[in-house]
Design a protein around this ligand. Structure first.
Ligand code: AMP
Length: 388
């Protein structure tokens, strides 16, 4: 299947070509025709599957076709927001905005991105200038609605991105308030990596006869990712990490810790070993987080240390390694984490450190992914009581 077979308009085909994409990913192949037909959709897909383009491309096309003046061939000035994308984190909002900029660059359709933690001036200026598509995190959206900078009265298309994470992050109440302000007649698209009962309930209440599109279910980790586990005492994790990072085959590593404090500590320990790393988590200012992320993306820093929430949806091309300094207690989180590497068919490695307290987490993870993760025995920091 080629993009040309998806009934896409020329300005979008040109943009996709400029991005260097040769073929749609499975979620794009399945979702784009459904969305173009105007149907509601539930997409069960993780980041890394190409899900952003799967909704951004048809959405741009729909708006373009509505707003294009057939007489002049130009797209009319935007006066009202017609599409809203709600997403849990600032980082994701920015990345989705970048995707709209890339795929929409030849359409004349305008978008803007708003999120909290920064001054609202530039955001309200962009809104005043007129946008067709708004990408937003829930809190700042409600804030600007209350200040009357935003009206959701003319939204035709709503996208809930990473819906499971929005609920996990405690946005259920904000989402309810936002949903109340939207026109009842609209197209709704919901994307979620997992489908817990709360999401199914949400789908049943706010979507109309949705088409369900599923790719790489959360339990099947991407096959191209090489996984390994080290059994190691908690106190030795830092030395093991230093030893691994001294290995030059690690081109770029995203290191996960359970807590913000843990992330800062890892950065400090690595600095003592002369390994430069930066941390990204909720306690950092938006500027510091963005800077750390950009440095990592541009390969100025080789190691980024993150907590799960801060790293949610981080999109880094060619990330070679994910290192789980701490194992997550929720097995799905493991799948989210390692999905950061092995993107778009590239290989990647996911390495996990497991201390004696974390063995039960490892058991749950292996159960979920239906796979036994190979244990690296040949290493200097073996657990005092041998692992399973
Ligand atoms: P996402 O799942 O939306 O976070 O996208 C993951 C990555 O895949 C992003 O870096 C996209 O730029 C890239 N991508 C999206 N669609 C395609 C495609 N059809 N071919 C190659 N790469 C793609």
């Amino acid at each position: 299947m080629k993009f040309e077979n998806l009934n896409l308009i020329a300005p979008i085909l040109k943009a996709v070509d400029s991005e260097g994409y040769t073929m749609p990913t499975p979620i794009q192949e399945k979702a784009i025709p459904v969305i173009l037909e105007g149907k509601d959709l539930v997409g069960c897909a993780q980041t890394g599957t190409g899900k952003t383009a799967a909704f951004a491309i048809p959405l741009l096309q729909i708006l373009y076709q509505v707003q294009r003046d057939d007489r002049t061939g130009n797209v009319k000035e935007s006066r009202t927001i017609r599409a809203l994308i709600l997403t849990p984190t600032r980082e994701l909002a920015i990345q989705i905005g970048d995707s709209f900029a890339a795929y929409g660059r030849y359409t004349g359709i305008k978008h803007t991105v708003i999120y909290g933690g920064v001054s609202q001036g530039p955001q309200t200026n962009a809104l005043k200038a007129g946008v067709d598509i708004l990408v937003s995190t829930p809190g700042r959206l409600l804030d600007l609605i209350n200040q009357k900078y935003i009206s959701l009265n003319h939204i035709n298309i709503l996208v809930l991105d990473e819906a499971d994470r929005m609920l996990d992050m405690g946005f259920a109440h904000d989402m309810k308030k936002i949903l109340k302000q939207l026109p009842a007649t609209r197209q709704t698209l919901l994307f979620s990596a997992t489908m817990p009962p709360e999401i199914t309930k949400l789908v049943n209440t706010i979507l109309t006869k949705p088409v369900k599109v599923e790719v790489t279910p959360v339990s099947s980790t991407v096959d191209t990712i090489e996984q390994a586990v080290y059994f190691v005492d908690r106190k030795d994790k830092k030395s093991l990490l230093i030893q691994l990072l001294r290995n030059s085959s690690i081109d770029s590593a995203l290191v996960f810790t359970r807590t913000k404090h843990g992330a800062d500590k890892v950065v400090k320990d690595l600095a003592k070993a002369k390994i430069i790393a930066q941390a990204i988590h909720g306690n950092k200012s938006q500027g510091a987080r963005q800077l750390a992320l950009n440095n990592f993306k541009l390969k100025r820093t080789r190691v980024l240390v993150a907590t799960d929430i801060a790293a949610r949806g981080i999109d880094v091309h060619e990330l070679s390694h994910v290192i789980n300094f701490d194992l997550p207690n929720i097995p799905e989180t493991y799948v989210h984490r390692i999905g950061r590497t092995g993107r778009a068919g590239l290989g990647g490695t996911a390495v996990s450190f497991c201390d004696s307290d974390e063995k039960e987490y490892l058991r749950d993870i292996q159960k979920l992914i239906c796979k036994k993760i190979p244990v690296i025995e040949d290493q200097p920091f073996v657990l005092s009581v041998a692992g399973e």
